[in-house]
Write a protein that binds this ligand. Sequence first.
Ligand code: URA
Length: 199
Amino acid sequence: MPQLDAVRASMLGCVRCRALVRCRSRVVPGSGDAPARVMFVGIAPGRFGGDRTGVPFSGDRSGAMLRRMIERSGLSRVFITNLVRCSPRDARGRNRDPSSIEIANCRSHVDAEIALVRPRIIACLGRLAWRELAGRDAPFKPERPAPLMRDGAIIYPMYHPGYVIRGALSERSYARQFRRLAHIVAGAKDASIRADTPD
Ligand code: URA
């Protein structure tokens, strides 16, 4: 899609966050189908994954887990992106969470992708993505999801694949969450989806 290519090109030269410009190997735009039924939003490219490959959730264990779950649940037409497009590092070069300023600086990139990809569901992978897209007051409960409706898209909470890799959740339970997501995408009625009050 030419508009998405233009958005990608505009991100590649982004210098909004001085710390991230210093520690990133590259800027990692979202990737996948456009338009898409589901957009997955993670945190930021990992140092062993997107920061090396240039593609979100690829080349590392989190990426392999996410892509395996997508395939097993039969989801198609997906777009995968992150809240922040550069790999944040701590003083020792390890992955760290992006700061709230870094997330705010990157917000227009996510919004531009959402506007062009027009997903039916935005699956937030982890609390950070959920808080940013659903709002601070919405409880993060992927085991009993209470999705929200925002600007015509369902905002849906899910655990980050790193949570499963760390052993905090079984792969079986995670696969069940993906089946539930696939069910909603297929148009099944979900009584727990409520329209949120406008911002
Ligand atoms: N890789 C990504 O692209 N995003 C994450 O949040 C984690 C790993």
